[in-house]
Design a binder for this molecule. Structure first.
Ligand code: ADP
Ligand code: MN
Ligand code: MN
Ligand code: MN
Length: 394
């Protein structure tokens, strides 16, 4: 009696799967003809230069940008004019006092509009010229200047997940999951590497721009990838990573997909996304540097909660979803360190343990961390010998 009805239901369900499954979750602008656009991009721009100013918005994660024409080619950051924007539209201030200042901080070649055009990473100041709440670059650069003579180097491993505009991981079946983790990390082949076009385009664009990108790999979860930036000295780490993130968002926009830095995009038996931060000083890199590495790790062990607070934009709440003690992470409530241990807070790479010099890796920062906050915290604890829960005022 019920059979015909249930057959009809299954048929309808199947039809829905076919329709939804074939519809690419992409953006409207990605479907515009790139060939037609190219015709305009080939026009001469005369003696003008386009400078795209980039800044971090009030979420501490989002990036914003706008462009102005310059009638000269800037050769250094000093040549670039200050600018402003409406902070009430970027979660950065009230409408009544909404002009915020953009202060050029680092300049790169523009891989989208190409030479002589520029990408200009900016600091944001409020109407009273004090740093905006999410401008963490100012204190970071102050601290970096204090330890200049120790030549601190950083390398950050940025993990991210490619999503459709519907928030579903790119390439995943629309009504289910891909096969379990195992074949995807550093994988090759259409059934293992989801979205390599994005990775290749981003890598080349970073090289063109002058970002110190040093590698990429496919990650453990399908549609999850990593790129590494570094080694960068001092404040350059934050500058280069933020611009690399901007370029990734911009590349994804062209392809009609979205890059997510959420530290745990899919709950359950799927790896999260971190931003492992590798750190060394001149002393650590020289003969017998392991001693200095061990000293730093001891200091870090006494300041775990301060670091957890500095390692994601929500003071640890984002990382609480990721640092479970499973999936190659440590537990958020415990500090641990070890040679070649990927389940520890701090890992000493095996070759560093053998050569007794080099660097160490802090595995705690979340994929959506602010690199200015992470690198500043490392300097304060390891080199400025700060203790306790609060940063010192200098
Ligand atoms: P992992 O084995 O953890 O996946 P990766 O190869 O992905 O390591 O990343 C290594 C990172 O370490 C890179 O960002 C690189 O720039 C950085 N790095 C290498 N040497 C140093 C150093 N001496 N000091 C700081 N960072 C370094
Ligand atoms: Mn890595
Ligand atoms: Mn990784
Ligand atoms: Mn790592």
């Amino acid at each position: 009696q019920c059979a015909p009805r249930s057959h009809l239901l299954s048929a309808l369900l199947l039809l829905r799967c076919v329709i939804v499954g074939n519809k690419m979750a992409t953006s409207a602008s990605a479907t515009l003809s790139k060939a037609v656009k190219q015709q305009y991009m080939e026009l001469s721009q005369g003696d003008k230069v386009q400078a795209m100013y980039i800044w971090i918005d009030g979420t501490g994660e989002g990036l914003r940008c706008k462009t102005r024409t310059l009638d000269f080619e800037p050769k250094s950051i000093e040549d670039l004019p200050e600018w402003n924007f409406d902070g009430s539209s970027t979660y950065q201030c009230e409408g009544s006092n909404s002009d915020m200042y953009l202060i050029p901080a680092a300049m790169f070649r523009d891989p989208f509009r190409k030479d002589p055009n520029k990408l200009v990473l900016c600091e944001v100041l409020k109407y009273n010229r004090k740093p905006a709440e999410t401008n963490l670059r100012l204190t970071c650069s102050k601290v970096m200047t204090m330890v200049e003579d120790q030549h601190p180097w950083f390398g950050m491993e940025q993990e991210y997940t490619i999503l459709g505009t519907d928030g579903h991981p790119f390439g995943w079946p629309s009504n289910g999951f891909p096969g379990p983790q195992g074949p995807y990390y550093c994988g090759v082949g259409a059934d293992k590497a989801y979205g390599r076009d994005i990775v290749e385009a981003h890598y080349r664009a970073c090289l063109y721009a002058g970002v110190d990108i040093c590698g990429t790999n496919a990650e453990v979860m399908p549609a999850q990838w990593e790129f590494q930036v570094g080694p960068c000295e001092g404040i350059n780490m934050g500058d280069h990573l933020w611009v690399a993130r901007f370029i990734l968002h911009r590349v994804c926009e062209d392809f009609g997909v979205v890059a997510s830095f959420d530290p745990k995009p899919i709950t359950g038996n799927w790896n999260g996304a971190g931003c492992h931060t590798n750190f060394s000083t001149k002393e650590m890199r020289e003969e017998g540097g392991l001693k200095a590495i061990e000293d730093s790790i001891e200091k870090l062990g006494k300041r775990h909660s301060y670091h957890i607070r500095s390692y994601d934009p929500k003071g640890g709440l984002d990382n609480a979803r990721r640092l479970t003690g499973h999936h190659e992470t440590s537990n958020i409530n415990e500090f641990s360190a070890g040679v070649a241990n990927r389940g520890a807070s701090i890992r000493i790479p095996r070759n560093v343990g053998q050569e007794k010099k080099g660097y160490f890796e802090d595995r705690r920062p979340s994929a959506n961390c602010d690199p200015y906050s992470v690198t500043e915290a490392l300097i304060r604890t390891c080199l400025l010998n700060e203790e306790g829960d609060e940063p010192t005022d200098y």
